[in-house]
Ligand binder design. Structure first.
Ligand code: ZN
Length: 451
């Protein structure tokens, strides 16, 4: 007897190259236990009909700054450069506390669930007060989300030639001590983990080279992964040349980060030679197409990176830069952007979904059980609401239709075998309270700066 039987699946994507129609999927102990075709359904303690919908593996988000949803579409900076944008927002983010981070994480993870995301990393790199990542983990635990927070950090403030004010930077000792504390307390390397921790200095222009090296050593010691922004912006390129006398990628290599333990966000401006070197080193890339397009500074050459063998995953990036946090929309944007750049054969909907599932899982070093729905994989899946108006006439290929027609919203989201979005709605009973709190906190923080 299985725990849950999901029946009446119109079309089921199991893994790249493996799909089936008129299917069912059985779950036990948080894992995919069996898959079959209609007419052979087994017994289960609970049975749910998915109403003929398309089911995919849950999408995986490899780059985000969830706290930024407190400053979404913040008017004074919406048309600035990346550096304008950062310097305009740091004073607001310096007000973050445990309550603000808990509530923004609760809302952010709920938003991700509605867009079909079942695992997300997060990159919280401003720590004006202690224990902010602990608050994030409480929120993920309360929702039942598979969460991979990274301990972000900034140590170079304005007085050191960096961008952020002193109020959001920390010393290397404080950063490393807290990083080790979080890994020891929360990182779960076991299969099926609900929480894993990574280490994530913000970028080459906000952390000095000593801290980059020490972080790499700490990651090696505890066998955890490393994440940072890399080659995102031309200003970063200029900064690295002036401060270190080398490009951002050369700096990244010099401080001991060019290995399979690392995945980086954006990676827009490497030279061809640098891109090949990091591909050979095994560094993964979080592609963030919406963020790149909104900031307008270019975008990663995803097809080339994939041809080089790079693990390319998908990231929505922070809610203040991308504004939305829908991985469905991010997958669609990746599809459109690739075809805009490379023509109609540059990317298919299946390629985009592969990036959002198995590609992202590879970035996180977790592709042995995430990003697919084969027997034994974790039971993280999405049944998509196929809106009858938007999908009218889309009869031949439900996967292409999902990303082309939209709007895509999860009808049922399942994490670790548990339904967390049902009939298009989060099951959370406290969501209305959380939204009220979110509005109160965001208003307080934004008003404090404007007045
Ligand atoms: Zn980012």
């Amino acid at each position: 007897m299985y725990d849950t039987l999901f029946r009446d699946i119109g079309h089921l994507m199991l893994e790249p190259g493996s799909e089936t129609s008129n299917a069912w999927l059985a779950v036990s102990d948080g894992r995919v236990a069996a898959v079959g075709t209609a007419g052979t359904e087994p017994e289960a303690a609970e049975t749910r009909s998915l109403g003929g919908r398309l089911v995919t593996p849950g999408l995986i988000n490899t780059h985000h700054h969830i706290y930024q949803n407190l400053t979404r579409s913040y008017g004074p900076v919406v048309n600035g450069s990346l550096f304008d944008w950062l310097t305009g927002l740091y004073p607001i983010w310096s007000m973050l506390d445990e309550e603000a981070v808990y509530v923004s994480t609760y809302i952010g993870l709920t938003e991700l669930l509605l867009g079909g995301c079942t695992t997300s990393t997060d990159h919280l790199y401003v720590h004006p007060r202690p224990n902010l990542i602990d608050a994030q983990i409480r929120a993920a635990d309360d929702i039942g989300f598979r969460f991979y927070p990274t301990r972000g950090s900034m140590s170079l403030s304005v007085k050191d030639g960096g961008l952020p004010p002193d109020s959001v930077t920390q010393t290397a000792d404080v950063i490393l001590e807290d990083s080790e504390r979080l890994v020891k307390r929360y990182h779960d390397p076991k299969p099926g983990a609900m929480i894993r921790i990574g280490l994530a200095p913000c970028s080459p222009f906000s952390v000095d080279d000593t801290l980059m090296r020490a972080t790499a050593e700490l990651a090696e010691k505890h066998d955890v992964r490393m994440h940072t922004h890399l080659a995102e912006d031309t200003d970063e390129h200029t900064f690295c040349l002036e401060k270190y006398g080398r490009t951002p990628v050369e700096h990244f290599e010099d401080v001991g980060w060019a290995g399979p333990r690392s995945w980086v966000a954006h990676f827009i401006f490497p030279s061809d030679v640098e891109a090949r070197r990091l591909a050979t080193a095994g560094v993964g890339v979080a592609h963030c197409p919406s963020s790149n397009m909104l900031i307008g500074g270019g975008t990663a050459r995803v097809q080339t990176l994939r041809e080089h063998g790079v693990a390319v995953g998908l990231g929505c990036d922070g809610s203040a830069s991308t504004d939305h946090a829908s991985m469905w929309l991010e997958a669609r944007t990746a599809l459109l952007l690739a075809r805009f750049q490379g023509g109609p054969t540059a990317m298919t909907a299946r390629n985009a979904l592969d990036i959002a599932t198995v590609g992202s899982a590879r970035c996180l070093g977790w592709d042995d059980e995430l990003g697919q729905l084969t027997v034994g994989s974790v039971a993280d899946l999405v049944a998509w609401h196929l809106d009858p108006v938007s999908l009218a006439g889309a009869l031949s290929d439900p996967v292409e239709a999902l990303l082309r027609c939209g709007p895509g919203r999860a009808w049922t989201t399942v994490v670790n075998g548990k339904v967390v979005v049902d009939e298009g709605q989060p099951i959370s009973a406290v969501l209305p309270d959380m939204l009220r709190e979110h509005r109160r906190i965001a208003t307080r923080m934004q008003k404090a700066v404007l007045t």
